[in-house]
Design a binder for this molecule. Structure first.
Ligand code: WT7
Length: 657
């Protein structure tokens, strides 16, 4: 699959400063595996605890409990403790609205707001263990509310603001959230996203929701339900300025975040308070080498795990200054990001290969207009960064002076797992490789039987022992937790990714091994996509797969058979796309829909997506001996080729959502 020799080539390595020795890292890494508990205890001591833990780790596979008996509070870590020092006047958040509005929050303001928002929640009867859902644009109130939940021990779930009413309702009902916090709207490419209307539709499906807090962002007239809806501003009028932080057990859930898996239903990934914070705090320092004067900008949406760990908990627990940008990367023009980098003097930029590929397309003249000399370190996350994109990033954004940290991790891992780590001098880079596992992370590449593979062979990426940021489980579904991560190789965490380790022990991530797609860095399960398509009236059967896409990495393609009374048409194609956007959200917009009479299946009736994927990528179909209906392949190929000729251009726009 991969030519290791080719990837080993060091001809494209950055200059010497990145070729520091691995001595420090190697020593630290070795120790972390030899004495894991002592190692992690040392990291944990960097945080403030109300009560120190009795035991560092209780490991009863597949459940790990970290810092058992310890008590702490995330809002104390991320706000109060900085507000008590000189950092009180240090900038916590530079916020830039899409429409040009801005605001700046110091650590003392952050701390005060967290207290006031916590008081608001308390007065609404929210307490320890209650679930609160956020459906918000990227505004400072979102991190403030997340920390406010943490302060009183409520568990938050952030729902990405590109999701549809149905997707919101599925999540809210799963955790039985009592309260949703939303806004009157948000800005996206100059248009207003009607978040409140969407919330209203969702709440119709959620009997558990008793109250909806609304934050004023756009000032638009919005539909209102008296008795249920309340403006945040009116609640803040009576808010207390101090709320005692709840001493939270380290093992208590901090948040639940939904992610796609191999079945139709999104998984509610539960993260702990103590272990999660220790992991995100430590890895943030190791990877980003954060310094007091750093200005850190992670371009992800808070609705994904990257936003949780790399916008909120990682940076704020360090008292770092961060940038939050509300809107689209190309609004009003394609250089908006570079304008922001220049304006705030961003020193560390953390983004996705998809975004970079979009900028690569639009040419370097946009960059020439901006002074990017503040940048010192660049990061990448969400999907493999191909060497060409890496080189472009290095040369054009980093001016050949900034190392690139390609960080591999997952919603489930809570924090970064495999990555260059300038903070501990682990830096010899190889473009396209996420390099080496961080201290405490026992990663390996194994074959189908779970046997560790020799260098340069492709296999499954696994993690051989628990780590502090490891998920606590899947909400309400222990069976699914066991099956998805722990049954393939007993006692070992299965990541679902293909990988290869080269002769230097460097990891090369090669994409998903299961039926999960990464579209523009977002994780979508084929089962979830198919579930949405099949609920369209005209559709009989569907197979979702992907094809390579120059910008998104992978793009969704559908092979669809129709119910008897329907026939393929452009109007129907458009309608299926509309339906998918409505059911899941714009993130699920397919690139192509191929109408066929039958889908390739095995004799036992399983759809052979692998074959369709090959067809949709214009590749050979490989071994088809188990195939039942060979004509289906000829048909799929025909549909692919005819559509290639008449490209409809539908659903092609890149929606950063
Ligand atoms: C999947 C997890 C964790 C942040 C956002 C994604 C892919 C993530 C990389 C990388 C190659 C990567 C993997 C992983 N992935 N980072 N640096 N190189 N692949 O979180 O949505 O839970 O997706 O994203 O396939 O399993 P997520």
């Amino acid at each position: 699959m991969t030519n290791a020799k080719e990837k080993d080539s060091s001809s494209c390595l950055p200059p010497n400063i990145y070729l520091r020795s691995l001595k420090h890292y190697t020593k630290m890494y070795r120790r972390s595996l030899e004495e894991p508990e002592a190692f992690w205890a040392e990291q944990a001591q960097k945080l403030d605890w109300f009560k120190i833990w009795d035991r560092v780790l209780e490991w009863q596979p597949p459940y790990a409990k970290w810092f058992v008996g310890g008590k702490l509070n995330v809002s104390t870590q991320c706000a109060d403790r900085h507000a008590k020092t000189w950092r009180k006047s240090k900038v916590a958040i530079y916020w830039e609205g899409e429409n040009g509005e801005t605001s700046v929050l110091s650590y003392s303001t952050l701390s005060r707001d967290v207290n006031r928002f916590a008081s608001v929640l308390k007065k609404l009867g929210i307490g320890k263990g209650d679930k609160v859902a956020f459906y918000l644009p990227m505004i400072p109130e979102l991190p403030v509310f997340m920390l406010a939940c943490g302060r009183i021990g409520a568990v938050h779930t952030v729902i990405f603001s590109g999701f549809s009413p149905q997707a919101i309702a599925d999540r809210v009902n799963d955790i039985q959230a009592k309260l949703i916090v939303t806004a009157d709207g948000g800005y996206r490419r100059g248009k207003i996203v009607k978040l409140k209307e969407i919330t209203n539709e969702a709440v119709k499906l959620c009997p558990c929701v008793k109250k909806v807090i609304v934050i004023k962002r756009t000032g638009e007239v919005i539909p209102w339900i008296d008795g249920r809806d309340i403006w945040l501003s009116s609640l803040l009028d009576d808010a207390e300025s101090f709320v005692e932080p709840e001493p939270m057990e380290a093992t208590h859930p901090l948040y639940i975040l939904y992610t796609s898996g191999t079945t139709g239903k999104p998984k509610g990934v539960i993260h702990s308070t103590g272990g999660y914070l220790v992991h995100s705090h430590s890895t943030y320092q190791w990877v980003f080498n954060i310094r007091e004067e750093s200005v850190f900008w992670c371009t992800a949406d808070v609705g994904w795990v990257t936003g949780h760990s790399s916008i909120v908990y990682g940076p704020l627990s360090h008292g770092a200054s961060i940038v939050i940008y509300e809107g689209a990367a190309d609004y009003p023009t394609i250089d908006r990001w570079w304008d922001i980098v220049e304006k705030y003097g961003v020193t560390i930029l953390y983004t996705s290969p998809t975004a970079l590929r979009m900028f690569m397309r639009s040419g370097e003249e946009w960059l020439a207009k901006h002074n990017l000399s503040s940048l010192e370190l660049l990061g990448s996350v969400g999907e493999p960064i191909n060497p060409e994109t890496w080189q472009w990033y290095y040369k054009n954004i980093g001016r050949k002076m900034c190392p690139i940290v390609d960080t591999w991790w997952q919603t489930e891992t809570g924090g970064i797992m495999i990555s260059p780590a300038p903070g501990i001098e682990q830096l010899p880079l190889k473009p396209g490789s996420a390099t080496l596992p961080l201290p405490g992370i026992d990663a390996a590449v194994v074959d189908v039987n779970g046997k560790e593979l020799p260098p340069c062979q492709t296999g499954y990426l696994v993690i051989k022992r628990p780590w502090p940021g490891m998920l606590l489980g899947i909400y309400g579904n222990p069976k699914r937790y066991q099956e998805a991560y722990w049954s393939r190789f007993p006692g070992v965490y299965y990541t679902g990714d293909f990988a290869m380790r080269d002769n230097d022990g460097y990891f090369w991530l090669l994409g998903r091994a299961d039926e999960v797609l990464k579209v523009a860095g977002h994780r979508l399960g084929t089962a979830e996509i198919e579930g949405a398509v099949i609920s369209h009236d005209a559709v009989a059967e569907v197979a979702a797969t992907s094809q390579p896409d120059a910008i998104k990495g992978q793009a969704i393609v559908l092979f669809v058979t129709l119910k008897k009374e329907n026939s393929p048409s452009e109007a129907l194609r458009k309608d299926i796309i509309r339906h998918m956007r409505q059911t899941i959200g714009p993130v699920a917009t397919p690139n192509e829909i191929y109408f066929v009479q039958s889908l390739p299946k095995t004799r036992s009736g399983k759809i052979m997506r692998r074959v369709l994927k090959a067809v949709a990528s214009g590749q050979s179909t490989g071994d088809i001996t188990t195939l039942d209906n060979e004509t289906s392949i000829a048909e799929a190929k025909y549909a692919y080729q005819s559509l290639k000729k008449t490209k409809s251009g539908l659903g092609r726009e890149l929606d950063q959502h």
